[in-house]
Design a protein around this ligand. Structure first.
Ligand code: C5P
Length: 327
């Protein structure tokens, strides 16, 4: 090969696939979460709050596609009605952080084109950013052919954010520490929800700050999820969702409602429409409404939509970040 040909080939390779191993397009799907129980203790020395939480992965998804490119890039688009205009594409995006963390862990360069199709409400308390980070870890692990052991992937996830390990695991999980220590809970029942996002997001640190202001004497120990765990472990294939409704709990809800008093009306609207219980999702402002079954969720969604609210229907548990295509 002449020097000129070699130069042309090298230029071509720089634009296209890097090697045979990386000549694949990988798509990974990751789900939103709802905290069925979110117990929060007084802030620790590092500023984080100790949590005792029960996560439920629900059927709102972000799809992350990674393409074999020599240069790293990040693109975010809406997979439907989700407004992505406020999503940063710089290195503050958790997907970018995840790509860097995996590259650093393996001592390699961050490469690849990352494209995120968002179906999870943005800055809504449903861990959409964490879902993207988890999906990027799984997708790049495959694109770069790394075969990172699960324990290492979970440890990298925990460094990226408190909710990222659960986004890898999915299903139903008991979260402790700052939320990053996740134990999977076997649950075979399916629960139906109406999800109502807000046009404007809430900042998670701001909600935690307001929590501290509202609860200056909060004990170090977070509110226990023991009752809910007990119910879940004894739950049959089709337990009474009304019993679950009575156990839903979110310590951050008063802080979120203090910052967004309009959500009180929404919560009332949902239960008036027939939901068993309304709840602020995580740090909010998305509100979620537990319904008796799929039909009830459709009826509640219809009423809320008729009242001018944006609605989505979701069920859970569903799987954590998983490969959906590999071409
Ligand atoms: O862990 P993550 O980056 O998702 O947390 C975002 C912010 O939420 C933290 O910087 C912190 O302000 C707050 N947070 C907290 N305690 C937790 C989880 C999050 O105070 N357990």
């Amino acid at each position: 090969m002449t020097r000129e040909e070699a130069g042309r080939l090298s230029r071509l390779l720089r634009q296209g696939p890097i090697s045979d191993f990386e000549a694949r397009v990988v798509t990974v799907r990751a789900a939103a979460k709802i905290n069925l129980h979110l117990g929060v203790g007084a802030p620790r020395g590092d500023g984080f709050h100790p949590l005792d939480t029960i996560y439920l992965a629900v059927s709102l998804y972000d799809d992350v596609t990674v393409l074999p490119r020599r240069a790293y890039s990040l693109l975010v688009e809406s997979a439907g009605t989700v407004d992505v205009t406020s999503v940063p594409v710089d290195d503050s995006n958790l997907a970018a952080v995840a790509a860097k963390a995996l590259a650093v862990f393996h001592g390699r360069r961050r490469t690849g084109g990352i494209e995120i199709a968002k179906g999870i409400p943005v800055a809504g308390g449903m861990a959409g950013g964490s879902a993207d980070a988890a999906a990027v870890l799984v997708a790049l692990d495959r694109l770069w052919d790394l075969q990172t052991p699960d324990d290492d992937l979970l440890a990298i996830a925990a460094e990226i954010g408190s909710d990222v390990p659960f986004a890898l695991v999915g299903g139903v999980g008991h979260g402790s520490g700052r939320g990053e220590q996740v134990e999977a809970l076997p649950v075979s029942a399916t629960f139906w929800w109406v999800v109502v996002p807000s046009a404007e997001g809430l900042s998670t640190p701001a909600v935690y700050r307001r929590f501290d202001e509202l609860h200056p004497d909060q004990p170090a120990e977070p509110t226990s999820s023991r009752a809910l765990r007990g119910w879940l472990s004894g739950a049959a294939d089709q337990p009474d969702p009304g019993e679950l409704a009575a156990l839903l709990h979110n310590d951050l809800q008063p802080a979120a409602l203090d910052l967004r008093p309009d959500l009180e009306d929404l919560l009332r609207l949902g239960t008036d429409a027939g939901a068993l219980q309304g709840l602020v999702s995580g740090s909010g402002p998305t509100c979620v409404f537990l319904c008796a079954d799929r039909g009830a969720a459709e009826a509640v969604a219809g009423e809320l939509s008729g009242a001018g609210r944006p609605v989505m229907i979701a069920h859970g548990p569903v799987a954590g970040a998983h490969l959906v295509s590999y071409d």
